[in-house]
Write a protein that binds this ligand. Structure first.
Ligand SMILES: [Fe+2]
Length: 226
């Protein structure tokens, strides 16, 4: 009974909700330098404190704007307000994607001392073996997908619930993320800010190196949970 009352109360105060639910940077499980030599500490520091922080801030701002406009719509249900709501969508998508993609990314990386690079076991390991014969073929597909990103984007190893839970590799541009029945298992950032300081134009080297610090235990958890 209490839960129902509280829930109803929260639904009636959207601005209160937006202030209470600001997103923030996730806590990292390792130090910035812990992924060296594969990803430099300086890259991780800038990537986390500057780039990811920008998406966090941008998403919170866009959510606040949406909240205010939703309140406006209650008072003035008009095309003019509807257009303002639509204008917020791009920032919601871009910064919301940037916020969530990087949260996935940090968590699916781990130093070698914490199991980074150790091949997946359990149900995920079995599924990879059944579909690809082994991890190497999946990595090749992912690297080819990453290499195909023209400009900025991401590659995701996903569990596709629309395809019987099969593992697939999906590429997106900018900060677009995967949603719905595509369950992200591993997210790999192909933006220049993720590698340029260390690898310059040799992005294929970064794509090869990152497998040494992929946290397959985290990927397995995501696979099992979906
Ligand atoms: Fe990034």
């Amino acid at each position: 009974m209490f839960a129902r009352t509280a829930s109803a109360s929260l639904r009636q105060t959207p601005q209160f909700i937006s202030r209470r639910t600001k997103v923030s940077l996730p806590k990292l499980d390792w130090d910035f330098a812990a992924l060296e030599p594969y990803v430099s500490g300086k890259i991780n520091e800038l990537h986390y404190t500057k780039h990811h922080q920008t998406y966090v801030n941008g998403f919170n701002t866009a959510v606040d704007q949406l909240s205010e406009l939703t309140t406006c719509l209650d008072k003035d249900p008009s095309p003019a307000v509807a257009r303002k709501i639509i204008s917020v969508q791009q920032n919601l998508k871009f910064h919301g994607g940037g916020y969530t993609n990087h949260c996935l990314f940090w968590k699916n990386l781990a130093p070698t001392s914490q199991g980074g690079g150790e091949p997946p076991t359990g149900a995920l390991g079995d599924q990879i073996k059944e579909q690809f014969g082994g991890l190497e073929k999946l990595q090749k597909w992912t690297n080819a997908t990453l290499a195909g990103v023209q400009g900025s984007g991401w590659a995701f190893i996903v569990k596709n619930l629309d395809n019987g839970g099969k593992i697939e590799v999906v590429q997106t541009y900018n900060q677009d993320t995967v949603t719905g029945n595509l369950i992200p298992l591993v997210a790999i950032d192909a933006w220049e800010h993720a590698y340029y300081l260390q690898y310059q134009n040799r992005k294929a080297e970064y794509f090869n190196a990152i497998w040494n610090v992929i946290n397959w235990k985290e990927a397995s958890k995501r696979f099992d949970a979906a």
